[in-house]
Design a protein around this ligand. Structure first.
Ligand SMILES: C[S@@+](CC[C@H](N)C(=O)[O-])C[C@H]1O[C@@H](n2cnc3c(N)ncnc32)[C@H](O)[C@@H]1O
Length: 270
């Protein structure tokens, strides 16, 4: 894994190999039932409607932007923004019906006027940005009074396992190494929205659970094939030498279990 610290914050500056893996990771994660469960809950709370003007900031490969495009219909519009031109190119190539407008940009410095959108969303983006407060302020600024800001983000510090050896130590090591700029951001969004002056802030924790490592690896990189290759070089040998055999043991015994929480938070602009 080349420079994992920047793989999601600066996709375009990564090597071809890392960029391809980021795209692959986003695709595999998006098709995972646990991520789809989070997204279904988020859609319900965000409540997009026919005719609305919406923004998906940090849209990645754009599957949610396209879904929103079908909901708002021709009377509405959806803009998909991402820092990565590469992610946007993939997103655009998949949008055969032209449901969405695409633009590169920084979520913390949006190039839209005040009160421009009826609703904005950002999924698994704030964990990767330098200044999540600025990002949240920008999302609120470009949303009209009465419009909604919906942030879906992870709390990597909530990751738990049952009986894996050194699992928590490895997680702490990775968090300490700065792979995620804001690893526990999910749980902080409610307070951040309230402090930013948003009204009617609602937050929903969704705990994702995985009962085999292949399945977990689709969403939690340390359990993926890529993680298994990269981890021994990233963490001290005494951690990885204990961890991998314990994953194998738990799998053989049919008792592998890991879980972590993602938070969906929605607030209304005054
Ligand atoms: C983990 S991916 C999530 C993508 C998508 N929201 C999803 O749920 O599949 C993070 C995305 O945020 C984008 N990103 C990172 N920093 C950003 C920034 N400052 N402004 C806009 N997008 C950013 C990355 O390029 C990447 O596409």
């Amino acid at each position: 894994m080349t420079a994992p610290q920047r793989a999601f914050s600066h996709v375009d500056e990564s090597t071809d190999d890392v960029r391809a893996k980021v795209v692959q990771y986003l695709d595999v994660a998006a098709s995972h039932p646990e991520i789809q469960r989070v997204r279904a809950n988020a859609l319900e709370l965000f409540a997009p409607a026919d005719g609305e003007k919406l923004l998906d900031a940090g849209c990645g490969l754009g599957e949610i932007a396209r879904q929103l495009g079908t909901i708002v219909g021709s009377a509405g519009s959806v803009t998909a923004l991402d820092y990565s031109a590469e992610a946007l190119a993939v997103a655009k190539s998949r949008d055969k019906e032209g449901l969405v407008s695409y633009t590169t940009g920084d979520i913390a410095k949006l190039d839209f006027p005040d009160d421009h959108f009826d609703g904005v969303r950002a999924e698994r983006v704030l964990q990767h940005v330098d200044d999540p407060t600025a990002a949240l302020r920008e999302l609120a600024r470009v949303t009209r009074p009465g419009g909604r800001v919906c942030v879906i983000d992870t709390d990597w510090a909530s990751l738990v396992d049952d009986g894996l050896d050194k699992g928590q130590e490895i997680l702490q090591f990775i968090i300490g190494a700065g792979v995620f700029k804001n690893p526990a951001i999910g749980r902080t969004i409610r307070a951040r929205m309230i402090e930013a002056g948003l009204d009617a802030v609602t937050t929903l924790p969704v705990t994702l659970r995985f009962t085999c490592p292949e399945d977990a690896g689709k969403v939690i990189p340390i359990f993926s094939e890529e993680g298994a290759t990269a981890l021994p070089g990233m963490v001290p040998a005494e951690l990885s030498d204990a961890f991998f055999p314990s994953v194998q043991r738990a799998t053989e015994q049919g008792v592998f279990l890991v879980a972590f929480t993602m938070w969906i938070t929605v607030g209304q602009v005054r």
